[in-house]
Structures are given as structure tokens and as C-alpha cells.
Write a protein that binds this ligand. Structure first.
Ligand code: PEP
Length: 252
């Protein structure tokens, strides 16, 4: 059975206004109807309601950039958003372990496992992001290092149902830099991560593995042609509806 292809737009802390987020979501919603892949937009928490409203009638799913790791639906946790609150907003997937949160919020290890567990238990699709920094890539140790991170985060979750899990390989040196991984190198990492996933759990044969890092309309088809690249996690180019849709069409 072929794996589902996914194209997910991570809007990060963009745009500034809810009105602009609603307009971008509306543009996506109108142009995504004929695509043969799953498409999601991941606005900032401030714009989940506005963007979600624009997406509610269309095929584009709503994602969130973060969720609370604690096993509570509500309570005294300033600044947090629970999985249940995200569900109530119509969110269906959530990013976990994006390199910007690892670098700026110090997220790693156990907290990532807990967030994935919260997502799996509450019916949100977790999108686990992994990837090496430039020094690791240049040392030649990238396959081992990324695999070790993956094993560390997923091993506590072996008794969970992984059928909704998505993995995104995002080399840190390629995120927002315009310097994308060449498709052969990305494919090599994806093959390796597929083998590591399968070593953990047989059902991981269905887990989509997306590539992220300066994906744009001009390079999307080359990634889409790789046997083990099942879609894209897109940052900058997801803020331009036409560019994002061109990328989605490459995987459709
Ligand atoms: C990202 O932030 O996940 C990302 C891949 O960004 P960009 O496409 O801008 O490199």
C-alpha cells in the first residue's frame, strides 16, 4: 500500500494580523480542492481560530505548532494550550520537536515523547521533527545522530498506536537558509530513518517521512521523485499561497 503523501505549511510566527492569516487560509482552501495528497496549514496559536474558520469548509487541515506536554485538559498552566483545547479549535495535527523550539525553548528528549503521547491519546496527529546541525553533517555523523534522537523520543512510546504519526526530517542548516539538502542526501537519510522506525515497530512502514528545509516550487518535484520522501514540511514558501500549492501539486 503506498504511503499517504503530506504537504504541511509551517507559518511560524507569521503573519502579524489575524485578518492576513484568515486571507492566506482562504486562498489555500480555494486552490487545494483537486489535490491528491493531504495538505495542512499550521498557523501560530494566535491565528488558529481565524485561519481555522477560513479552512473549515475546505480540504486543507488545520495544524498547531505546539501543545502542552502535561496530561491535563485545563488548569493552572499559564501560556500552555492543551491537546483538548486544540481539538476544540478544529486542529488535527501538531508539530513536535521543531528545531526552532529545540533551540529557543530547550525542548528535547522526554518532553517530546510526552507531547507525542498527548497527541496520540487525544486524536491529534503528531508531526515529529528531527534533523542534524551543520557541524554534525560536516562530521559525517548525521545518520547516527538523527537516528539516535529518533530512537530516544519514540522508545517510551512503543506501546502506543503509531498509525497517525508523521515524521519530518529537517536538517537544521537547511531551514530558512535557502540551502536545501540535495535530494540524494535527503533520500539516504529517509531510507535510514525508515529502517530505524521499522526496527522499533512494524506498523511504522506506513509512517510518512516528510522532508523539510528550503523546499520551494523549483525543487519540490526532485524530492517528490524520491521513493522514501513522502511529502514536505514547508516554512517560508508556505506563506505564499501559489508557491505552497505548486509544492503540493508536486506531491499530488
Ligand atoms: C520549517 O520551518 O520547518 C522549514 C522547513 O522552513 P523553510 O521551508 O523556510 O526552510
Amino acid at each position: 500500500m503506498p504511503r499517504q503523501q503530506w504537504v504541511i505549511g509551517n507559518w511560524k510566527m507569521n503573519p502579524v494580523t489575524a485578518k492576513a492569516a484568515a486571507e492566506l487560509a482562504s486562498d489555500l482552501s480555494q486552490s487545494a480542492s483537486k489535490l491528491n495528497c493531504s495538505v495542512a496549514a499550521v498557523p501560530s496559536a494566535a491565528h488558529l481560530a481565524a485561519a481555522g474558520n477560513s479552512l473549515s469548509e475546505g480540504p486543507v487541515l488545520l495544524g498547531a505548532q505546539n501543545l502542552c506536554a502535561l496530561e491535563v485538559a485545563s488548569g493552572a498552566h499559564t501560556g500552555e494550550i492543551s491537546a483538548e483545547q486544540l481539538k476544540d479549535l478544529g486542529v488535527s495535527l501538531v508539530l513536535v520537536g521543531h528545531s526552532e523550539r529545540r533551540a529557543n525553548q530547550g525542548e528535547a528528549g522526554d518532553v517530546l515523547s510526552q507531547k507525542i503521547q498527548r497527541a496520540l491519546e487525544s486524536g491529534l496527529r503528531p508531526v515529529l521533527c528531527v534533523g542534524e546541525d551543520l557541524a554534525t553533517r560536516e562530521s559525517g555523523n548525521h545518520l547516527e545522530q538523527v537516528a539516535a534522537d529518533l530512537v530516544r523520543v519514540l522508545t517510551p512510546l512503543l506501546d502506543q498506536d503509531w498509525s497517525t504519526l508523521i515524521l519530518a526530517y529537517e536538517p537544521i542548516w537547511a531551514i530558512g537558509t535557502g540551502r536545501s539538502a540535495n535530494p540524494e542526501d535527503a533520500e539516504q537519510m529517509h531510507q535510514h530513518l525508515r529502517a530505524v522506525l521499522l526496527g522499533l515497530k512494524a506498523e511504522a512502514q506506513h509512517t510518512p517521512i516528510l522532508y523539510g528545509g528550503s523546499v520551494k516550487p523549483s525543487n519540490a518535484a526532485a524530492y517528490a521523485a524520491c521513493a522514501n520522501i513522502d511529502g514536505a514540511l514547508v516554512g517560508g514558501a508556505s506563506l505564499i499561497a501559489d508557491d505552497f500549492m505548486d509544492i503540493a501539486r508536486a506531491f499530488s
